[in-house]
Unconditional design. Structure first.
Length: 219
């Protein structure tokens, strides 16, 4: 998981501040998209209970797929009905990362996905999250999520439920296993591609943050 948005920010921090003054709605907390994100977070323990507490493998897979799909839904509602908020820009990627990490660890423990695939997924999350914390500590401006990163996350959140649903020897599970591998490889490739794409964006954000501090410091 970086703060979220649909396009990388090219304007200076001064422009960002002006835009926030022009759109006071960014300070809203109670919005439909934020409510959906909170529900997604609240359903993560339910997923774990279904998988390990009741062994309802199919139900857990369907719930996980639904939680992954709602990531697109809350973003669509936020843009379509002008409910984008600063809290949502922070809360949404946090929910994404918590959901991905929980799903990956749970499904690899359950034995439905190879360890190497899970490690490759989690390593990307560690790299991106560590970079975000480092940039924040250095005073960089916020970095919005690139579409390729969201696409990678979406594909992975489709692949992992498919791996879980395909875990077994039934004949109907074989095609699902193929779908899981195709979407999984695509998602993992896009996720790592996005991680590399953030490098020039991070440099710009760091430069903007340093410039803003110099301009704001007393002479």
């Amino acid at each position: 998981m970086e703060a979220v948005g649909e396009k990388t920010r090219g304007s200076s921090i001064t422009d960002s501040t002006i835009n926030q003054h022009q759109d006071p709605g960014l300070d809203r907390i109670v919005t439909v998209p934020n409510g959906i994100t909170v529900v997604r977070l609240a359903c993560i323990p339910l997923f774990c209970w279904l998988l390990f507490g009741t062994s309802h493998q199919s139900a857990a897979a369907v719930l996980l797929a639904a939680l992954g799909a709602t990531d697109w839904i809350d973003g669509f509602i936020a843009r379509r009905y002008h409910q984008v908020s600063t809290l949502g820009k922070v809360l949404d990627p946090v929910a994404d990362r918590v959901l991905v990490v929980t799903a990956v660890i749970s499904i690899v423990v359950y034995g439905a996905v190879p360890v190497w695939f899970a490690v490759a997924t989690l390593a990307r999350e560690v790299v991106v999250s560590g970079a975000v914390l480092l940039l924040a500590s250095l005073g960089a401006t916020r970095i919005d999520v690139l579409w390729v990163g969201k696409a990678g996350t979406f594909a992975l959140m489709f692949a992992y439920p498919a791996f879980l649903l395909a875990d077994g020897a039934a004949g109907w599970q074989a095609p699902i296993r193929v779908i899981a591998w195709v979407t999984g490889i695509i998602g993992l490739t896009l996720a790592w591609l996005a991680a590399g794409s953030y490098v020039p964006v991070a440099r710009r954000a760091l430069a903007e943050g340093r410039l803003a501090r110099r301009e704001g410091s007393p002479s």
